[in-house]
Design a protein around this ligand. Sequence first.
Ligand code: ADP
Ligand code: MG
Length: 244
Amino acid sequence: MSAVIDAKGIWRIYETGSVRTPVLKGVSLCIQRGEFVAVMGPSGSGKSTLMNILGCLDKPTAGTYLLEGLDVSTLSDDDLALIRATRIGFVFQSFNLLPRATVLRNVMLPLLYTDVPVREREPRAWRALLSAGLDESLFSHRSNELSGGQMQRVAIARALVNDPAIIFADEPTGNLDSATGEMVMKTFRHLQQAGKTIVLITHDPEVAAWADRTVHIRDGHLLTDEQERALEAASVAKAEEAIS
Ligand code: ADP
Ligand code: MG
């Protein structure tokens, strides 16, 4: 098996003025190719901080991170930008589309930063949109004419268009009603069946249930599902003891 993500002892300490805020305190996470992993944790626990590091948008204060076997700490900013553009796809809660550009243009945008020949760009965008489950009749619409669920499919297609090794989705259903959110999660499931590695960030257990495996961020540490459940059971037992 080959690990797409192999992070060991990752720390991230934010410094604002004289205030140091340690958010990640020695997090280790290994994700194999083709895995679908959910990262859970309450608001402010460091989910986005972790995604930014794993997605090469930010650097850890300490620790080592191998992405597809490559130690990212040795890479220049240009190399990192190239890796982000070609090996990683991002999907965000707020879609982040260009509102006045057409669906096709939005999806072709990441190809501008690659050496994919111009004549191959539109067919690629077309294929990505079909994999993301968007109806062909919408491809020439402006993105601001679409519903939230359709916009998120366009964002997924844009994340897919460079055929990345891994897709990071940060609260991708956060702005969708539950039925639409479920359709989007089914799309991620299909992508995984097609061999993609997916890291899904969510605070919603129903959304996390779509993944094969869930990890939890708590007080700067990463816990497995089993560890999280044991901690919860212990705190419930303690609370019951206190009131009895
Ligand atoms: P989550 O995504 O789980 O809600 P974040 O990773 O966004 O959490 O934030 C974790 C903590 O780090 C929060 O307390 C937040 O205020 C703080 N934080 C995030 N980004 C920065 C930053 N750039 N500078 C200082 N503090 C930050
Ligand atoms: Mg966040």
